[in-house]
Ligand binder design. Structure first.
Ligand SMILES: Nc1nc2c(ncn2[C@@H]2O[C@H](COP(=O)(O)OP(=O)(O)OP(=O)(O)O)[C@@H](O)[C@H]2O)c(=O)[nH]1
Ligand SMILES: [Mg+2]
Length: 184
């Protein structure tokens, strides 16, 4: 780990394909590096290609300062063929934000499946965790219904709209400052 990472809060922003990870990191970050590619390459499923034209292939990296602290955000790739990268990303991040796509019921169920298959093995190692119920501006689902579909995930939740800086900042503050988190 580099010196900057030792001093900074590191946050893995994870979630299923199209949940808004890149958007969340981009909205928050002064410096932003992304590894998005057109989604025409080998390995993309038909369903994935229908959903959107670009996707993250290794990680989005964003840096910002929040209340005098340096924060480094790593946006995970959502496409299933890149899920192996989550292991490497999880090992360099202290905290986790799990983005749930709340657009409709199938999207929430995809988020649940992603959590169970990809994140759960690493879940216990994060110091602070937050579930961000994203796309609340376009969702007609009640929060209670979203949580019911998600099943139990042991972390507090907030509602977010990743395109809104205020909303994304609110989520990041909830992760880093709230007192309900278990101590390190
Ligand atoms: N309305 C709305 N759209 C959103 C929100 N967050 C993300 N989006 C849109 O959802 C689409 C997918 O967002 P991305 O940020 O590319 O999603 P991702 O999770 O990085 O996707 P992958 O890297 O391919 O897994 C884009 O069109 C975003 O503009 C939100 O809170 N509200
Ligand atoms: Mg992305």
């Amino acid at each position: 780990m580099g010196r900057a990472e030792l001093e900074a809060e590191t946050v893995l922003v994870a979630g299923p394909f199209g949940a808004g990870k890149t958007t969340f990191v981009r909205t928050l970050s002064g410096k932003f590096v992304t590894a998005e590619r057109g989604l025409s390459g080998v390995g993309a499923s038909f369903g994935e290609m229908r959903l959107k034209p670009v996707t993250t292939v290794f990680a989005d990296v964003g840096v910002l300062e929040l209340d005098g602290r340096k924060v480094i955000l790593y946006g995970a790739p959502g496409q299933s063929r890149f899920h192996f990268t989550v292991r490497a990303l999880a090992s360099r991040c202290r905290h986790l934000i799990l983005l749930v796509d709340t657009s409709d019921e199938p999207a929430v169920l995809r988020s649940r499946l992603y959590f169970e298959r990809v994140i759960k093995p690493y879940f216990g190692r994060f110091e602070r965790r937050l579930v961000a119920l994203n796309k609340r501006d376009v969702s007609r689902l009640a929060v209670e219904r979203v949580l019911e579909l998600l099943g139990g995930i042991e972390a507090p939740h907030v509602e977010t709209v990743a395109t809104s800086r205020e909303s994304a900042l609110n989520a990041l503050r909830a992760l880093l400052t709230a007192s309900w988190q278990r101590p390190p």
